[in-house]
Design a protein around this ligand. Sequence first.
Ligand code: PEP
Ligand code: MG
Length: 882
Amino acid sequence: MSSKLVYWFREGGESMRSLLGGKGAGLGEMTHMGLPVPPGFTITTEACINYYNLGENMPPGLKEDIETYMKELERVTGKDFGGAKDPLLVSVRSGAPISMPGMMDTVLNLGLNDQSVMGLWQATNDLRFALDCHRRFMQMFGNVVLEIPHSEFEKTLGQVRRAEGAAYDHEISPDGLKKVIQGYRKLVKEQAGVEFPEDPMEQLYMAVLAVFRSWNNERAIIYRNINKIPHDLGTAVNVQVMVFGNMGLDSGTGVLFTRNPSTGENRLYGEYLMNAQGEDVVAGLRTPVPIGQMREELPAVYKEIETMAALLEDHYKDMQDIEFTIEHGKLYILQTRTGKRTAQASLEIARQLVHEDRISKKEAVRRVKPEEVSRLLHRSVDPGATNQLLAKGLPASPGAAVGTIVFDSDTAERIGQEQKVILVRPETNPDDMPGIVHSQGILTSRGGMTCHAAIVARGMGKPAVVGCEGMRLDMDARQARFGSLLLNEGDTVSIDGASGNVYLGEVPLVEPILGDAFKEILQWADEFRRLGVEANADTPDDALKARELGAEGIGLCRTEHMFMAADRLPIVQEMIMAESETDRRAALDKLLPIQREDFRVILKAMRGYPVTIRLLDPPLHEFLPKVEDLLVRVMEMRGANAPAAKIREAEILLREARNLHEQNPMMGLRGCRLGLLWPEVYEMQARAIFQATAALFKAGYTDVQPEVMVPLVGQANELEILRGLVEKVAAEVKAEEGVDFPVVIGTMIEVPRSALTADEVAHHAQFFSFGTNDLTQMTFGFSRDDAEARFLHRYLELGILKENPFAVLDRTGVGKLVKMAVELGRSTRPDLVIGVCGEHGGEPTSVEFFHQAGLNYVSCSPFRVPVARLSAAHAAIKEDQA
Ligand code: PEP
Ligand code: MG
């Protein structure tokens, strides 16, 4: 722990990010680069942590330090903090080690009071400007530090504005502003029970503590939870000399991205507003103009901005998000940070930077996040959609969303948990976070591409359309008007965040088109990863999709899904209800050609790659209707005097369904247990697999690679017996068909006992595939459905579980079994091929674990294949770097 709590910008830099926060580190870096950064200092994240450790109290020595630094700042600038002549004013801004845009608080124009406002007037010769700064400061301070809602201040402001007949705030006269300031003073007294502080040092101490406090405001906590940012990092506080973008028409402020954060296009992208302060841009109250316009309006400044953007991007080797202010024609840079971007832009920029020779392929792969890749796989609006176009806004965050409209965050949060909603607001602010989280998308009538809603939505990968001026909102009536059409809360709309279009009703969506950047980055990922990636696929369509997305085989083909189709289910039921083995075999004979064709098509589609076919796994009752439904059916048939034979049929079905009822079907008669009791079922499946293989071999497809997988093995001898059965069928088919083909037989490891005795099991298995869905259920003793429906959320709330173990592999428990089984299995059979086919196979942190545990491959649903490819590359790169 360092005891120094305050640093000058010039003392800081990128290497001190955790102590000084991202903003502080960036200000330090830019100061070193000689960029025009107004001077100031950073109070460390450690000071913030101390503040919390001390029960939310000012850390000892911090007040004195701040005072010393302010004295020095007065000396450097030649200005007087709170002074009656040319007063020093500062901004007080938060800045966490990991960027959390807009989540914490800022106070601008600090140092203004009745005395210094006169000084500001004198210094600028502009009374209106001085008074406007004062009222802005009081409003921000009142809101952030004294926690009085903005709307209260807006009421006072609105009253004066209306009384003066002004359309905009900047048209209010100096006398009007004086009234506003008086009104604010009264408001503070009433609402906070204190006089507005006049002593500037007092203002500063209070503001610093308020910024510390804002680390733990509700929206910041939600943001950290969503983005998995630790809660104990704390925020730094940056105190910086104010420069003014609202000093007249030769002043302004703006936000700039060095490349397009939506598409990645290599061109300056941003917006600015003349005669305005930063909050005017971010709040989205006035619509700013595109940066390109500055080329004509202020050509010299534009050139300077271009140069600085290039310098900063080159320095950080990444796209930057830069805040700037122009004061009387002079440019100042207030902040630079790595810019938030859409998934598409993220991949595109990483790819461009490699082609521009600025970063390595490895770095490009490392920078792309698995969730960005999965976001790109989302769907968009079908170009052939014929839904009525209601309006067009700004395309703030791509992706399409459909939902019923709701007009406030609370409603969105409540209803959004059950059904799809679109949050509709004039603009959003940080208090809307809970509602945004539970919405499919966001639609606002105001704001620009860098307004709050746009930034948050892009960060979360949620579709957003902002600044939709064709939509008129009546928030009291909870209605949105589009031309002559009036929509009420609960009506359905669709938004397209890529085009800005808003449609009536539910639009049809289409699958994503994966661009060149996607393909190239994933190809590079393949160069680094050592873990194979296969897919769980049961149909030829899924298999083809999986191939397209880069799967190197099918790691799990669940054959039960083939039994569920309408043309097979009656035969399967006939098989289940057979009174004797002979009858059962007769039904199975009917299934054989159907299964054979299933396998032939899939094997052919995947030729050159392994296809792991799992023999029947679920309990048989899953193929019958529910007992309750059958009971009703029988009763109704009897009541309606249905033909006796029909009633009899329904009664037998009911009897069988009752017979098959189990207390815990998950742990009952299923998987290999069923295969041992009714061997003819597995025999039929093995025959279908090998006959399909033989046919393909004879047709010249000798590169098809079926592998037979036995589920739910808990003891080595279960596998030993079933392996014998499968091998016997293989030998018969080879003899009958007169062809030879390799036979590969393995098992799932999904019962803890098989993991514990993996050395014995490996005697009979050429491969293992961890069924981590069942392994998790049986290791925890949770039934997944029951746990997720009844108590898992409470476990997560109480912190008893950190993650849902069915989504993220439990490394401590289930992971221990995995590692043990890998070790034991390979002790018997060193060339044992080991994979995983539970849902964890497509989850990034679990993929990392499987890499570390020495597995050969992961298998996951086709749409997660690209995510697994990237995650596997990340795991390998991380290991190499360590
Ligand atoms: C598993 O248990 O992880 C598995 C893949 O099998 P299923 O989900 O079909 O039970
Ligand atoms: Mg299973």
